[in-house]
Ligand binder design. Structure first.
Ligand SMILES: [Zn+2]
Length: 129
């Protein structure tokens, strides 16, 4: 294993280090710190997936909207479109900005993920900085 040649980065604060660590040594967040290649792959994969899902949601919303405009009765209340376009737009924007290295959506998901997993704390005392 050539662990010392690897670079680890944090998606939260963009901290870089050669040291392997659970959690970011700089900002202390438990998730989002990992091998650069892995994190880049995650970033790219989620960018592609979110852009795709976001685009599909917007397309779906447009389709329903066109149908609704053609029909004499409402097939969906207005908030359905607000949710579809809002969520689709959020995912598409988050996915697209991830292609340019700004992974705020991934950060958001990591935060939600970290919240659900706070019970699983790593061994050893947490470092306060
Ligand atoms: Zn960090």
């Amino acid at each position: 294993m050539t662990d010392e040649l690897k670079t680890f980065i944090c998606v939260f604060c963009h901290y870089r280090s050669q040291k392997k660590n659970f959690g970011c040594p700089h900002c202390g967040r438990p998730f989002g710190y990992g091998e650069e290649r892995t994190m880049k792959a995650i970033q790219l994969a989620h960018a592609a997936v979110f852009t795709l899902i976001g685009g599909m949601l917007i397309l779906l919303g447009v389709k329903i909207l066109i149908n609704e405009l053609r029909l004499p009765y409402e097939i969906a209340p207005w908030w359905v479109f607000a949710v579809i376009f809002g969520f689709g737009g959020l995912l598409a924007m988050g996915g697209l900005s991830s292609f340019f290295g700004n992974s705020w959506l991934l950060r958001l998901l990591f935060l939600l993920f970290a919240r659900n997993n706070l019970a699983e704390k790593p061994k050893g005392k947490p470092e306060e900085n």
